[in-house]
Design a binder for this molecule. Structure first.
Ligand code: HEC
Length: 272
């Protein structure tokens, strides 16, 4: 009886080891498949953003520079459909400045008396003007590729701002055996390594009013920080609230602990 019991135990143990080995083989082969699928696409390096961590905050001057890069470079092709001009107040722009920024753009207006579409000057309440009237026009201007809206890009892609920064600085000559298609550019960080976006930045492409040297690296950092703000303008509030909740909870735990000690001390005394 004992004998057969230990035998079944032994069998079930070997069965378990077999299953474990099987699972390991499956996992390893799965891992190698995904690794092969990603060949050539590098993981974006981590940057030390001011908004990282529980006490993270945006730097207003960096956001302003990032907005300038967006406005002068990226806005030619990319929309920011979910951002209204008046939100720029959070970057430190005055009401008059925002009015001027908005007023420089035309947005679709009401139909005229002949039923034809019109355009009007954008007001601070408008969303950022889109560079193209529709998606087909956007594709036609970009070799068939659609320049995606950037409002939520920092949230939509893995590694968020690190990815955008890496993408903007990740252009290089394609390896000889790569087979780059016409009108495409080799990029270390873009999935598949070929992207339809021409390298958008070159040194000194913008002139920063605060005198910061406009290197490709600097502009990439600034615009990535700006796009993190457009994707999550409430980031600082959320983080601050988190810290406050943690402080409150620690205090509350301490209070409850003291209360518990007091209550039990009384009960022990009454037992005596
Ligand atoms: C000349 C037009 C043009 C300009 C200027 C431009 N882009 Fe693009 N961008 C594109 C196109 C087209 C795509 C789509 C690429 C594709 O799908 O191959 C794209 C894609 C992207 C993507 C998405 C990549 C992904 O993972 O899908 C990001 C992020 C981006 N651009 C950021 C920027 C930023 C930031 C700037 C300004 C510094 C900028 N772009 C300037 C045309 C442009």
């Amino acid at each position: 009886m004992d004998m057969s019991y230990s035998q079944t135990k032994k069998e079930s143990a070997t069965g378990f080891i077999k299953k474990l080995l099987f699972a390991a083989v499956i996992l390893i082969s799965f891992g190698s498949v995904t690794a092969r699928g990603n060949t050539g696409v590098d993981t974006p390096p981590k940057a030390a953003w001011s908004f990282n961590g529980p006490f993270g905050v945006f730097k207003r001057d960096q956001l302003q520079r990032g907005f300038q890069v967006y406005k002068e470079v990226c806005a030619v092709c990319h929309g920011l459909d979910l951002v209204r001009y008046d939100k720029l107040a959070a970057l430190g722009f005055s009401e008059a400045e925002i009015k001027a920024i908005a007023g420089a753009h035309d947005v679709p207006g009401p139909l005229n008396e002949d039923g034809e579409p019109t355009t009007v000057k954008a007001t601070p309440g408008n969303a950022f003007a889109n560079p193209y009237p529709n998606a087909n026009a956007a594709r036609a201007a970009n070799n068939g590729a659609f320049p995606p809206d950037l409002s939520l890009m920092a949230k939509a892609r893995a590694h968020g701002p690190d990815y955008i920064r890496a993408l903007l600085t990740g252009y290089e000559a394609a390896p000889d055996d790569f087979g780059l298609m016409d009108g495409m550019y080799y990029n270390r960080y873009f999935s598949g390594n070929q992207i339809a976006m021409p390298p958008p930045l070159a040194d000194n492409q913008v002139e920063y009013s605060d005198g910061t040297p406009a290197t490709v690296e600097q502009m990439s950092n600034d615009v990535s920080a700006f796009l993190t703000w457009t994707a999550e303008p409430e980031l600082e509030i959320r983080r601050n609230l988190g810290v406050k909740v943690m402080i409150f909870l620690s205090f509350f735990t301490l209070l409850m602990y003291c209360l518990m000690r007091r209550t039990w001390r009384k009960i022990k005394h009454s037992k005596k």
